[in-house]
Design a protein around this ligand. Structure first.
Ligand code: D41
Length: 676
């Protein structure tokens, strides 16, 4: 059957357009058409290909996912070995590297030698082979000489072009890079796996490597994988630029994805500045990295330097401090928090981990302590990642001494001796002493003055503990009665710091309703809820007088939170503290309430939104429902009246169906918004 030339042309044009949009979206991160337009192009192409299957080519953008699993992995010989990287664990070791490089090149150690600096991704190294611009082979690094054929799986990674863009690329172009799973995708994947009772991954690196080792490409296609290309392997029939950084730039123009953080720096100072900068932004990156890599930028220098035993002399990985280390548990003690929560804490032999010396690590709660079976005398793995509180990950069983001490749950508060209690549905044990317990008082005060609450500068933990211990401060209101002469009497308090502290206490009096509510430390009322309450009511009085039912009209306030808020403000003691705070001059601007209309079309109705809506965003849908008096909550329960679902709706929709709750698609939602 012959195909009209116009149809062939249309198919080619659709493929080119789709490849271009893929490139904009996945490689440059600058989508240039709305999703709907892109989807339309793909559908048009799919339709033409179904009508003319003889025109389907392997490099068509519709052909990413093969239909059938493969039986076993083939092997791939790397024509040019995939080298490994040497590590530097300190600035000194980096300086040694730079000295070796400049010595061998016989250039001045202080000459402005250019390095390409890039983040070191924590994923799986792969090789991609393009022939005539078409992706023909994908392979794992393996032992550097032989890897596994994972062509069927790399094809499913949307950031991997099946066909190179533009022209001028070599006949054979083999590139190397790191396949990784961005943190958000990793989290979502694990959450879904947990729900489905399926295997979860310990970290994004294992997730990336595991996903590439699937026999069924449909499984790999469902994993949120991404790639950054960081070097070239075999090149036949074509020329590349003379610098590593320019090669990467060229690869990007041919449609390959390169890390946007790559920078050319000069000398050791340039490397160190880059290391500090990336290190400080590490937590904000979308993916895990474990260091940075520096590569001598000039290829003629690279050739001159060569390599030793599988690692190039012209590159080095400068690692961040390890986030996990081994150390000894000296003791296990219990800390009492602001809400009375009693937390077991391991006192450790100090150890350098995650860039700081750690001597305490949380064990979270009694259940965790028992599950991990941590005992005094044990050797444990401690972990400190980013700004997260250090925690005990697990015991090293082989290192347990003959004699260990097992810690029992406390039967009374270790600070004030009050009884302890544990709510049925909670993992934490709490001290029932309330503000009788000095630990709870201190912690409540620390929270009250913290940066995101009243933000009082210069009132540290030690000072608060002293003031509480001497009973000088019993409630936050006492803070505003502090005098200079008594402050000067305190440990490590000079005249100047006392004056500064009083000044910042004074400044803190000018605050916002949202900060004030957050500062009160009502259980379950974090910053987001405090802010919702402030917007909804505008005035403190409204909140203090609201009953539980009314409170539940506020965004994200469910029955539990509503009850906590109501109980807090019903307490005479709390009312008294608030009155005294206001009397001492605490102020904020009050606004008009932004209640949902009580007589709206949807008043009294509770909605849950799930899946991807196509006509409006979830936020827009929420605004519309609220404007009509309805309430939008996050989880489906018997109290939910409607569940609005879009594409890829998950467990919330299933739950709604099980509970016999009315479900609405977008059209049906529009309908009840206008004419119910
Ligand atoms: O981000 C990485 N993980 C990364 C790995 C990177 N940015 N650059 C790398 N460069 C090389 C050389 C210098 C040998 C081309 C690497 C790796 N190698 C590498 N990854 C796994 C083993 C070696």
């Amino acid at each position: 059957m012959s195909v009209p030339a116009a149809t062939r042309k249309r198919i080619d044009s659709l493929r080119d357009q789709i490849r271009h949009h893929n490139y904009q979206y996945h490689v440059l991160d600058e989508p240039d058409v709305p999703d709907a337009e892109y989807d339309r192009l793909v559908r048009d192409l799919q339709k033409l290909e179904t009508e003319h299957p003889q025109l389907i080519t392997p490099d068509s953008p519709t052909q990413r996912v093969g239909a059938e699993p493969i039986k076993a992995f083939g092997t791939v010989e790397h024509q040019i070995p995939m080298l490994s990287l040497d590590n530097a664990f300190s600035e000194d070791e980096l300086r040694d590297f730079h000295r070796r490089v400049t010595d061998r090149l016989d250039i001045d150690i202080n000459a402005k030698l250019r390095y390409a600096a890039e983040p070191k991704l924590d994923g799986a190294a792969v090789s991609l082979r393009y022939e005539g611009g078409e992706l023909v082979k994908g392979a794992t690094r393996g032992d550097g000489t032989t890897g596994e054929d994972i062509t069927h799986n790399v094809r499913t990674i949307t950031a991997v072009p099946l066909k190179l863009l533009g022209k001028g690329f070599p006949d054979t172009l083999e590139v190397r890079g790191e396949v990784f799973m961005p943190r958000a995708g990793f989290k979502a994947f694990n959450e879904q796996a947990l729900k489905n009772d399926e295997k979860t991954f310990v970290n994004p690196r294992n997730a990336a490597a595991g996903s590439l080792r699937q026999l069924d490409p449909r499984l790999t296609a469902a994993r949120p994988l991404d790639i950054y290309i960081y070097s070239v392997g075999q090149v036949i029939g074509g020329e590349l630029p003379a610098c590593h950084s320019e090669i990467l730039q060229q690869l990007q123009e041919w449609g390959l994805k390169v890390c946007p953080e790559i920078k050319v720096v000069t000398g050791i100072d340039g490397c160190m500045a880059y290391y500090q900068d990336i290190g400080s932004r590490r937590d904000a990156l979308a993916y895990d990295i474990d260091g940075v890599v520096y590569k001598v930028d000039r290829l003629d220098y690279q050739r001159e330097l060569g390599f030793v035993s599988r690692a190039p002399r012209w590159a080095i990985a400068h690692k961040f401090p390890a986030e996990e280390e081994l150390t000894l548990v000296r003791d296990i003690e219990f800390q009492v928090g602001r809400t009375g929560a009693i937390t077991p804490v391991a006192r450790l032999e100090p150890v350098f981990v995650g860039g700081v010396t750690v001597s305490n690590a949380t064990l979270h709660n009694m259940d965790e302590l028992h599950r991990k079976d941590v005992r005094v005398g044990d050797t444990v793995i401690v972990r400190r990642a980013g700004d997260v509180i250090p925690e005990v990950v697990k015991v090293v069983p082989g290192k347990r001494p003959a004699k260990t001490k097992i810690i029992k749950a406390p039967t009374k508060c270790p600070v004030c001796g009050s009884a302890v209690a544990r709510a049925e549905d909670e993992a934490v044990t709490r001290c029932t002493g309330g503000l009788f317990c000095s630990a709870q008082r201190s912690e409540a005060l620390k929270h009250f003055v913290s940066r995101r609450a009243l933000d009082v500068d210069g009132l540290g933990a030690k000072l608060i503990e002293q003031l509480v211990a001497m009973d000088r401060i019993k409630t936050p209101a006492d803070l505003f009665g502090l005098k200079k002469d008594e402050l000067v009497e305190m440990e490590r308090m000079g005249e100047k710091s006392a004056e500064n502290l009083l000044a910042s206490i004074e400044t803190s009096k000018n605050t916002t309703l949202s900060r004030f509510l957050y500062a009160l430390g009502i259980r379950e009322v974090g910053e987001a809820t405090a802010s919702s309450l402030a917007v909804h009511y505008g005035k403190l009085k409204g909140i203090m007088e609201a009953d539980e039912e009314a409170l539940q009209q506020v965004d994200d306030v469910g029955p539990v939170v509503a009850s906590r808020i109501q109980t807090f403000f019903a307490e005479k003691h709390n009312q008294e503290v608030i009155r005294r705070l206001i009397d001492s001059g605490l102020t904020w601007a009050e606004t008009e309430p932004r209640h949902a209309p009580a007589d709206g079309l949807l008043s009294g109705k509770t909605f849950v939104l799930t899946g991807t809506l196509s006509k409006m965003t979830r936020d827009e849908a929420k605004d519309k429902i609220q404007a009509a008096g309805g309430k939008v909550t996050g989880s489906v329960s018997k109290k939910t009246d409607f569940v609005v679902y879009g594409d890829n709706a998950g467990s919330k929709l299933t739950k709604a169906q099980n509970l016999n709750i009315t479900t609405l698609n977008e059209v049906e939602l529009e309908k009840i918004l206008t004419d119910q």
